[in-house]
Design a protein around this ligand. Structure first.
Ligand code: CMP
Length: 141
């Protein structure tokens, strides 16, 4: 794991954390850990219990259900929030499609972060609405 100050600097470049001041970002950075994946590595498995929230720092992942690709996600985007929000198993597989670097936060820290920062909850809600709209339109395509 990079030094905490380096991780805090990394997080400052991610729009998701734009609403946090430097001190809060530093505190948050020390709560998470950096994880590296090779292309083809599974990150999250459908049906598994959710233990972490992931923010992509570099690279790309695909969200897959069976042989359907639900979404491609890249730098600054997040995944793994659903099972932490509703305490249900992971809804889909997430696979690294390039070398990927993620910043991962435990379920407990994720919940504390969202409870303490309504701006972050709002950014997340907007993204969830965007994903729901995309899923709705794929039903009629
Ligand atoms: P979770 O269910 O915890 O683990 C799989 C993750 O894939 C899920 O959280 C979301 O972050 C992501 N995911 C599931 N369905 C979609 C979708 N339709 N579009 C984008 N991301 C999704």
């Amino acid at each position: 794991m990079a030094a905490v100050s380096e991780a805090a600097t990394m997080l400052s470049s991610v729009p998701f954390f734009a609403s946090l001041d430097g001190k809060r970002r530093k505190a948050l950075a020390s709560d998470g850990k950096e994880l590296l994946y090779k292309a083809g590595d599974p990150v999250v498995g459908e049906g598994a219990s959710g233990v972490g929230f992931y923010l992509i720092l570099d690279g790309h992942v695909e969200v897959r259900k069976g042989n359907r690709i639900l979404a491609s996600l890249g730098k600054g985007e997040f995944f793994g929030e659903m099972s932490l929000i509703d305490d249900q198993p992971r809804s889909a597989d997430v696979i690294a499609v390039t070398q990927a670097r993620c910043w991962a936060l435990s379920s407990w820290s994720f919940k504390a972060l969202v409870k303490a920062n309504p701006d972050i909850a709002l950014v997340m809600l907007k993204e969830l609405v965007k994903r729901l709209r995309a899923a709705d339109s794929s039903l009629i395509d």
